[in-house]
Design a protein around this ligand. Structure first.
Ligand code: 13P
Ligand code: SF4
Length: 300
């Protein structure tokens, strides 16, 4: 079947199933072509929470589908490829959170949205790349246990020196955001190109950035300049080219998230046809995880 026919079939099935297709910014362009909502983790969570369609199809990675189910449990949440996970999320376990909490009983626990539902269930709040600073600042606690991304933790610490951020686990990081080199950024700066980095990048990269932002926020920022180097997953370059046709974008084409690229049109078609790939958060962790997400979404 040609891509054109596949797209037509997906759109027909989407309408028959009364489904809402949500896609992360890093997804393939052909997935974006059939999606109703495209955005960053926070934008997808908010869209899932207010969705009235009976079926939500999450084209992204597992924690995004879990989040959609937690925030809107009466909908059927499907993933076209249920093996699409997030290696960063897999670094953290609820056991490690509880053990660290015993060592720091006065500390609050904030988990990055890139975490399992079981981790969210034992946290005080969730945060995303776009609101991590705001969420940590909002808590009355001076000490904050923060996981699983050590780079996002160090970014929050740099902005909020009055807090003591306790990063867990040791070495938690996203391999995609380790693909950028300071030498390249020196050259980019010398050529007069501005840099936007995702906060999952290590400090040695963030230090060269003119802006540090979530993937959603990158779109807004990019409109304020002409030439940009983007330190995040390469799919974002295509997305920015579509949304900001007046600007130019470069980055590292090797910064590829293998899991984000697992979802194909063929799988999406099968998922809509068979209503397969359902993601359900177990009832025993649902309430705890929802509380942490609700706290995040309640902070103005
Ligand atoms: P955003 O919420 O900024 O899109 O980040 C999600 C992610 O997984 C980045 O690697
Ligand atoms: Fe996870 Fe990194 Fe992929 Fe984002 S880019 S989904 S943090 S592995």
């Amino acid at each position: 079947m040609t891509k054109h026919n596949l797209i037509a079939d997906v759109l027909r099935l989407k309408s028959e199933r009364k489904a809402l297709i949500l896609a992360h910014n890093y997804q393939l362009p052909e997935i974006h072509a059939v999606a109703d909502v495209i955005g960053d983790s926070l934008e997808l969570a908010l869209a899932a929470r207010k969705a009235t369609e009976p079926v939500l199809v999450m084209c992204g990675v597992r924690f995004m589908a879990e989040t959609a189910h937690i925030l809107n449990p009466d909908r059927t949440v499907l993933m076209p490829d249920i093996n699409a996970g997030c290696p960063l999320a897999d670094y953290l376990t609820p056991e490690l959170i509880l053990k660290t909490k015993e060592e720091y009983p006065q500390a609050a626990v904030v988990v990055y949205i890139n975490s399992t539902a079981a981790c969210k269930a034992v946290a005080d709040s969730v945060c995303t790349s776009g609101n991590a600073v705001k969420i940590v600042k909002s808590l009355p606690h001076r000490q904050v246990i923060f996981g699983p991304d050590n780079n996002l933790a160090s970014y929050v610490q740099s902005v909020l020196p009055e807090k003591e951020i306790i990063p867990i686990p040791e070495g938690g990081h996203c391999y995609v955001h380790m693909q950028f080199s300071p030498d390249d950024l020196v050259e980019v700066k010398a050529a007069g190109i501005s840099i936007i980095a995702h906060p999952e990048c290590p400090e040695e990269i963030r230090t060269y950035a003119d802006h540090i932002a979530s993937t959603g926020k990158m779109v807004e920022i990019a409109k304020s300049g002409d030439r940009w180097y983007i330190c995040t997953e390469t799919g974002m370059l295509e997305r920015l080219c579509v949304l900001c046709p007046e600007q130019s974008f470069i980055g590292n084409e090797d910064a590829i998230c293998a899991d984000m690229k697992k979802t194909t049109l063929q799988e999406l078609l099968v998922c809509l046809r068979d209503l397969s790939g359902e993601v359900k958060v177990p009832p025993e962790i649902m309430d705890g995880a929802r509380k942490s997400l609700d706290y995040m979404l309640s902070v103005p």
